[in-house]
Ligand binder design. Sequence first.
Ligand SMILES: Cc1ncc(C[n+]2csc(CCOP(=O)(O)OP(=O)(O)O)c2C)c(N)n1
Ligand code: SF4
Ligand SMILES: [Mg+2]
Length: 351
Amino acid sequence: MTYLAKPKLHHPSLPKNKLGFTRRDYEGKVSTLCAGCGHDSISAALIEAFFELSVEPHKVAKLSGIGCSSKTPDYFLGQSHGFNTVHGRMPSVLTGANLANRDLLYIGVSGDGDSASIGIGQFAHVMRRGVNMVYILENNGVYGLTKGQFSATADAGSKSKRGAVNTDAPVDTVSLALIMGASFVARSFSGDKKQLVPLVKAAIAHEGAAFIDVISPCVAFNNHAGSTKSYEYVREHNEAVNRLDFWPTRDAITVQYDPGSVTEVVQHDGSVIKLRKLGDEYDPSDKVSAMSHIAHAAEKGEVLTGLLYLKPDSQDLHAHLNTYSKPLNRLEAAELCPGSATLDKINASLR
Ligand SMILES: Cc1ncc(C[n+]2csc(CCOP(=O)(O)OP(=O)(O)O)c2C)c(N)n1
Ligand code: SF4
Ligand SMILES: [Mg+2]
């Protein structure tokens, strides 16, 4: 019954955020994905994060590629801007939009096929450029939309539903994002909303390339015994390195923590991330150590989740390029043309 439109009327007792919006105002169309698909849980986490942060929906732009995962922007933030691009090309379109209008909050949604197979080049460059965005990779290890072929993130040795064994080495997207220079790198699980929602909120507040790889089981093609991206496997092998509490501003912190039990990270906009360590010796500000932890965990077949790396003093592409503070798409002719006297001066300096 996915062709049915959602009712527009909301129950008057639904909780409202600071803008007077309910969660329903952050929803999109009825999902057409398979019942139980991990991607729908990620959409629910995004709705929750944007609702709780009281983000104005018209200040958000959602961009995606092609795949079941890339269809999901239709199922959340129905009142935001959206652009469904070509397979693997979301990062370049997002970069262009971000350069033209820096005032919007950019959310890129992609799949493991979209990002680690056809789009791996674009993925690498959008991370190294520090484009200000939240990049969500809905990682199920298969091309769900085209009926379950192994994707480049499928682990070597994992089995397809029909019993074929994947012999290729996997692309680990969090390691790749780290190497390429992303300043916020996290991994989560679609079945762990408690972990995912604060990670999304912290990523929204982050200045620069924020990447979250979310293991998101495909119930149609990759949820059987032998798959390392199934609900059962991820639940059994999930090793969370930390738990996050996110506070949009320093003033809002009301919970008391035991001294020494949390590390506090203040981001550029004044938001505060409180990190409770779960794994021993994990320091998310140490990139080299983060890489070694991720590699060791992968060797043991563990799925390391949580905030894996954070560079608090990060800068975004606009800072790198020293662009004008006003969005480029709002500049008037007078601001774009410096006038003939200034032009003469520039020409003279080049002679
Ligand atoms: C240029 C191009 N090549 C191939 C395809 C076919 N195709 C559509 S979706 C897809 C893979 C999607 O996999 P993934 O990004 O992991 O998304 P999922 O469906 O698993 O969420 C492919 C190969 C296409 N649409 N365009
Ligand atoms: S095919 Fe897989 S990824 Fe696509 S909607 Fe169904 S469960 Fe989700
Ligand atoms: Mg996939």
